[in-house]
Design a protein around this ligand. Structure first.
Ligand SMILES: [Zn+2]
Length: 63
């Protein structure tokens, strides 16, 4: 059993659905990862809840 989870999010730039891997062993994290489609930097804010539910918020880098 590992702590990696895959979630689908919409890119804030191009609107394409992309898959991201989330490390559930960290309860609050934010990082920047390039969109797999348009290669622009997306800001990810990830919250892992006690029941292993995960909230992923994406935004433009300069917001
Ligand atoms: Zn994109």
């Amino acid at each position: 059993m590992n702590n990696l989870l895959t979630r689908s999010v919409s890119c804030p730039y191009c609107g394409e659905t992309i898959e991201v891997m989330i490390d559930c062993s960290v309860y609050e994290q934010s990082y920047i990862e390039d969109c797999q489609v348009c290669c622009r930097p997306i800001n990810f804010a990830v919250t892992v809840h006690a029941d292993d539910d995960v909230t992923v918020t994406v935004s433009h880098e300069n917001e």
